[in-house]
Ligand binder design. Sequence first.
Ligand SMILES: [Zn+2]
Ligand SMILES: [Zn+2]
Ligand SMILES: [Zn+2]
Ligand SMILES: [Zn+2]
Ligand SMILES: [Zn+2]
Ligand SMILES: [Zn+2]
Length: 252
Amino acid sequence: MASSSDEEVQDPQSVTDIYYVDDTENNVDDLESDADPICAICDDGGRIVRCEGRCRRSFHATIVDGIETGCNSLGLSEAQIQAIDTFLCKNCEYNQHQCFVCGSLGSSDMLAGAQVFPCVDATCGHFYHPKCVADLLFPENEMEATECELMIADGESFTCPAHKCHVCNQEENKEVPELQFAVCRRCPMSYHRQCLPGEIVLDGAQEGVIQRAWESLIPERILIYCLRHEIDANLGTPRRNHIIFPEIPEGN
Ligand SMILES: [Zn+2]
Ligand SMILES: [Zn+2]
Ligand SMILES: [Zn+2]
Ligand SMILES: [Zn+2]
Ligand SMILES: [Zn+2]
Ligand SMILES: [Zn+2]
């Protein structure tokens, strides 16, 4: 035992791995490398704070930071931001997360009757009701869906549907442009660039068509709103009522 830990200390790779498993707070660099570069409220960039909890989201923190993108922001003051050492959003602070399918808020406290459970993929950050995600994973097989639902409710790990292309069921490959993923911001729906339905139009397309896809906001990915979501004509995005925090701060 002692000799193997000596080896690990000499190998920087292993040391990183140890931190990754045991102490996420000491691993900020690794978390940031694939943290969400855009705000969860308005789906746009700028000066954002990253939640260091399980949701892996980022936010415009102050009213001023949100002005350019018409974002309500978290409404924090500059002084509040400066005082924060490790930022946790209210969902992560109180272990109350929304299901990424139905949107309702549930306890994600694994030690106290969790209702929503996190996808096991380390880059994901989405939570689900067992039934909501099981029905998506096995849309044509009720028995398998029920079995899957019970396993997830029992604490078994699962990978959510966002990590497979909805058309060909294969994984993302960031190295090959055609196999890069277009990922919906509002539900677990992903497509390869080459599998993207024609109705999900990228920028630069002809006039009079509703844009649903954007390049260059997220490295090596396309941001989309899939066809399940109605685009608000004024915002150019779906309505921004998709985020629910467990506690709405009084005042202001
Ligand atoms: Zn924003
Ligand atoms: Zn969070
Ligand atoms: Zn749900
Ligand atoms: Zn996932
Ligand atoms: Zn595909
Ligand atoms: Zn969607």
